[in-house]
Write a protein that binds this ligand. Structure first.
Ligand SMILES: *Cc1c(COP(=O)(O)O)cnc(C)c1O
Length: 357
């Protein structure tokens, strides 16, 4: 606390990211990074961009990346917005689109950055409880006894549950809220979900946000993007250009474009992660865990007889880190990133040791 702070700072509750330990020898399954490296072509492009041109500012409009994404997604470039990680894209969406008179609706169990942005921008929110089985129900987001939403946001698949909402349900939410922006945060959609991007042409109130951090193995590069009607994109551009003209640096632009172009590598990595997830789920079930159905690169699991805090601590003693949230309804779950097959085996072997005792 300091008397020099702006008043808003006193009231902030910042997001707490998963730990990035300094130790190398850990089996790190706590922040949903990809266990495989980025596309070799992305790495080459980043190296090639390292030179005296770094004395120059990058393109403030990131045209090359927007064009490359637009081609890849088969959309006009004015329907694409790019930012310094999807967290920044989301921050701009909160400011530009979700900051309305009526409260923003999002699930009670979801990405914990959403309430943080609400705090930063002074946005009122309404937490919509997930159903008993931890699913999102479209009906709960339609106008009704609770009034109607000033904005709606949820990840699909949801975090940290991994549960997927089918596109039909998303379309019901969109159609039932024509005057409300609906943001679908697709950080994990490449691991088994259907993207809502094809719905953008029919629903001018839909903004879809994706990231290069998970499925494209580029969390360290910080690249995210949004797709929506040009009017929504223009709102994001206005906020971005009132905040930072150059959010994507030259290396990020070069690496991201090359990553988009290397579709074969991307597909192969996603397929490996999905295959390993299925093995991991089967092993966890064998160990007695209940695992929520996951369409993501992580699983959300609880053991009927063992305390999650104690399990996380026991794993940590064996140099394996997973994520545990001390929150109502989910404090007996562990969120475990799908690593390599070898990492997952180390994890399930360790649990096999820990559980009997
Ligand atoms: C990881 C994650 C993000 C943020 O990704 P960055 O692009 O690395 O900022 C956004 N939303 C959800 C749900 C995530 O899990």
């Amino acid at each position: 606390m300091s008397r020099y702070w702006s008043p808003v700072v006193h009231g902030l509750t910042p997001y707490v990211p998963g730990e990035q330990p300094k130790l190398d020898q850990l089996v790190k399954l706590n922040t949903n990074e990809n266990p495989y490296g980025p596309s070799p072509r992305a790495l080459e492009a980043i190296q090639a961009a390292t030179g005296s041109s770094l004395r120059l500012y990058p393109d403030p409009n990131a045209e090359v990346l927007k064009t490359s994404l637009a081609t890849y997604l088969d959309l006009p470039a004015d329907q694409v917005f790019v930012g310094n990680g999807s967290d920044e894209v989301l921050a701009h969406a909160f400011m530009a689109l979700l900051n309305q008179d009526r409260p923003l609706w999002f699930p009670d169990i979801t990405y914990s950055f959403y309430p943080v942005y609400c705090g930063l921008y002074g946005i009122r929110s309404r937490l919509v409880p997930l159903r008993e089985d931890f699913s999102i129900a479209a009906e709960d987001y339609l106008p009704g006894t609770e009034g109607r939403a000033g904005g709606i946001i949820f990840p699909n698949p949801n975090a940290p549950t991994g549960c997927l909402l089918p596109l039909e349900a998303i379309e019901r939410i969109l159609a039932g809220n024509p005057d409300t922006v609906v943001v679908v945060d697709e950080a994990y959609v490449d691991f088994g979900g259907d993207s809502a991007i094809p719905l953008v042409s029919r629903h001018p109130n839909l903004l879809v946000v994706q990231t290069f951090s998970k499925s494209r193995s580029l969390a360290g590069l910080r690249v995210g993007f949004a797709v929506g009607h040009p009017a929504l994109i223009e709102a994001l551009e206005r906020v971005k250009n009132s905040f930072n003209s150059y959010p994507l640096d030259r290396l990020a632009l070069a690496g991201a474009v090359a990553s988009v172009e290397d579709e074969a590598y991307f597909d192969a990595c996603c397929r490996k992660v999905i295959a390993t997830r299925e093995i991991l789920v089967a092993q966890m079930n064998r160990l007695g865990f209940e695992v929520l159905p996951s369409a993501a690169n992580f699983i959300f699991a609880r053991h009927p007889a063992r305390d999650a805090t104690a399990l996380a601590a026991a794993l940590r003693e064996r140099a394996i880190i997973v994520r545990h949230f001390r929150k109502p309804r989910i404090d007996q779950f562990l969120r475990i990133t799908v690593g390599t097959e070898e990492q997952c085996r180390i994890l399930t072997d360790a649990l096999g040791d820990i559980l009997p005792g």
